[in-house]
Design a protein around this ligand. Sequence first.
Ligand code: R2B
Ligand code: URA
Length: 310
Amino acid sequence: VDVDKDITGRITPRDGPVTVRNPHIESLPEDVLYHLDLSDKANDLPAMFGDVKFVCFGGSPNRMKKFAEFMVNEIKYKIPAGLQLMNISHGSDRYVLYKVGPVLSVSHGMGIPSLSIVFHEVLKLLYHANCTDVKMFRLGTSGGLGLEPGTVVITDAAVDGLLRPYMEVATLGMVLQHPAFLDKELCEEILEIANQNEGYNSVIGKTMCTYDFYEGQARLDGAFCDFTAEDKMAFLKRIHDRGVKNIEMESLCFAAMAHRAAVKSAIICCTIVDRLKSDQITATHDTLEEWQMRPQKIIAQYIRKQMGLD
Ligand code: R2B
Ligand code: URA
């Protein structure tokens, strides 16, 4: 596959056809996208998905269903007569997948392993469907550092729990490191749109991605904890000083896989707690719902603009 890598290993994301960097796929008699309940032989993927341009991922199946419903209005999508919005992957019961015109809304569950599976399969889906000029987004929640809860963070670099900007994957008994670069230009473009929204702030910054919500994120309120409140604060302050604005559980994998595929991508998360002040998430259901709509609304505005609707 023709990808431009600079001396640091950075691949420039590009428009054009979505490709898979796997020589084995071509020789498969059938490619079963098991967790999506789709296959390149049983389904006409180009007819079903060939016009997809924006793939939006988020953790919760319900939230991604709501995002699909929201996008119907946002892009004035006419659902063909007699049809209704449906979860295309309902047969698998693992993830949800909705399509609204050029927009795919996909759930990824919690954590890197769950995201990784659906990312592989969505990328192959886009490839089999001959999609071109696709952009990918993760719309999520996170714990903020020194930010008013409800603030939106646009990730310009994803790092692991040791502040390393790559995802490590044990492959054939070796540890492979996949760099998690993100597109700075796209971050800026999204920030500009985000800043048009009043009532909350949006910032660009580093996102720490962990393998656990509790001890992995320096919480004192898990079922286990072997560190003190002072240790915790010293750690959170240290990473905050190094530019970490929020902590969540998928950005490293999302950025690394999109980068490896040379697909333009961005991560937009609302913060739902200030970790310098609290471990527990105590906002009301309604407040959380409103905060979680913020990244969705920003991306809806971005998509509308790209589609020439604004
Ligand atoms: C944010 O929220 C989830 C944990 O509550 C996790 O998926 C993440 O990254
Ligand atoms: N998601 C996380 O991973 N951490 C938080 O603190 C909040 C949401």
